[in-house]
Design a binder for this molecule. Structure first.
Ligand code: SIN
Length: 309
C-alpha cells in the first residue's frame, strides 16, 4: 500500500508572532526557532502548543536545560502521565532516562517498532517529549508518521466501516520479548520487579495490567483541534472488539501498514541539545537499533492524556 502526495498534505507553517516554524517534511514535523525552553514565555508557549497540534511533531535545536526545566515545561501541558515502563531519575521521578551505553548489545531498544505511547493504558499519554543529551554521530534517528493524514487518505467507505470499531491495545508482545531477553541473559524475572531491559534501562513495570490493556476507538478525535486520526500501531494493537482474530487480522494488517507508510512520515537526525515533542493523538513513531558502539542518552517526560474518544 503506497499513497503518493495529494492535496491532503498541508504541513505549511503559520505566521507566528513569537516563534518561527520551519516544516521538516511534506507530511508532518517542524523545527521551531526563536525559543529557549528554560525561559519560554506564556505567549511563546501558546504558539508552540499550536504548532505542535498543527505539525504533530516539533523540535528545537541547541537547547541547554536541566531536568527541573524539562519538568516545568512539561507541566505547562498538564500533569505528568504515569510511566508504564520506568521510574525516572533520582530526584526527578517524572524525567525518564532513555539510555543505551556504547558497549551494550540489545535485540530491542526502547521505542523499537511503530507505536503510539502506552495505548494499553486507560488514559494514555497525550504529549511526549525527549531531550537528547548524548547522541550517536549517525544512526539512532527517530521517525514519525502522521495518523491524521493517514485517516484523511482513506476512502469514505473505509472510514464508514471503521468508524464504530474499538481496538484492543495490549503490551503482551513487548512484555514477552522482554521476558525472553531476561531469560536469555539469566536476569531477574521482569514481572512486578525492577530489572534491566531495552539494553540498559531500569524497568519498573506492572506487567499484568499492561497485558490486559484497554479498548479504545480505532478512529479518535483530537480534543483541541477536532482532527480525526487512526489510532492503530504495529506494536500494541491486538484485535478488534466483536471480531474473531481471523476477521480482524486482515483489516488490522492493512491499517498498520497504511498508517506508517513512507509518504506520511518525517525523520529526525538527533544532535546534542535537540528537544522533541510529539502529539500521540496525531502520530505514531519508531526508534532504530542501529548505533552499536555509540552512547545515546535522552530524557523523556510525558503528559497525562484523556480517555481516547
Ligand atoms: C520513544 O519511543 O519514546 C523513544 C524514541 C527514541 O528513543 O528515539
Amino acid at each position: 500500500m503506497k499513497v503518493h502526495p495529494t492535496r491532503k498534505f498541508d504541513n505549511t507553517a503559520k505566521n507566528y508572532q513569537h516563534i518561527q516554524a520551519l516544516p521538516l517534511a511534506a507530511a508532518m514535523g517542524a523545527e521551531i526557532r526563536g525559543i529557549d525552553i528554560s525561559t519560554i514565555t506564556d505567549a511563546q508557549f501558546l504558539e508552540v502548543e499550536d504548532a505542535l497540534y498543527r505539525h504533530k511533531m516539533i523540535y528545537f535545536r541547541d537547547q541547554d536545560f536541566s531536568h527541573a526545566d524539562q519538568e516545568s515545561f512539561s507541566l505547562r501541558f498538564g500533569e505528568f502521565a504515569d510511566d508504564a515502563y520506568t521510574t525516572g531519575v533520582d530526584g526527578h521521578r517524572d524525567v525518564h532516562p532513555v539510555i543505551m551505553e556504547a558497549d551494550t548489545r540489545a535485540e530491542m531498544v526502547f521505542g523499537n517498532g511503530w507505536h503510539v505511547d502506552s495505548p494499553f493504558m486507560k488514559q494514555p499519554p497525550s504529549v511526549s517529549m525527549l531531550y537528547g543529551v548524548e547522541v550517536p554521530p549517525y544512526g539512532g534517528d527517530t521517525i514519525w508518521a502522521n495518523s491524521v493524514l493517514a485517516y484523511n487518505c482513506l476512502s469514505d467507505t473505509m472510514k464508514a466501516i471503521i468508524e464504530p470499531l474499538k481496538i484492543h491495545f495490549s503490551a503482551k508482545s513487548v512484555v514477552n520479548q522482554l521476558k525472553k531477553e531476561a531469560d536469555d541473559k539469566r536476569k531477574k524475572d521482569v514481572d512486578g520487579g525492577r530489572t534491566k531491559g531495552f539494553g540498559d534501562m531500569e524497568l519498573d513495570m506492572r506487567t499484568q495490567a499492561m497485558i490486559d490493556g484497554s479498548m479504545h476507538p480505532l478512529v479518535r478525535t483530537h480534543p483541541k483541534s477536532g482532527e480525526r486520526a487512526l489510532y492503530v500501531d504495529e506494536t500494541y494493537t491486538h484485535g478488534i472488539e466483536g471480531l474473531t482474530a481471523a476477521e480482524s487480522a486482515g483489516l488490522l494488517n492493512f491499517l498498520k501498514e497504511h498508517v506508517s507508510q513512507p509518504a506520511f512520515t518525517c525523520r529526525l537526525k538527533w544532535e546534542p541539545g535537540t528537544f522533541v515533542l510529539w502529539d500521540n493523538r496525531g502520530c505514531c513513531h519508531h526508534a532504530f537499533n542501529d548505533y552499536d558502539g555509540y552512547r545515546r542518552a535522552l530524557y523523556r517526560t510525558t503528559v497525562k492524556g484523556e480517555v481516547p474518544a
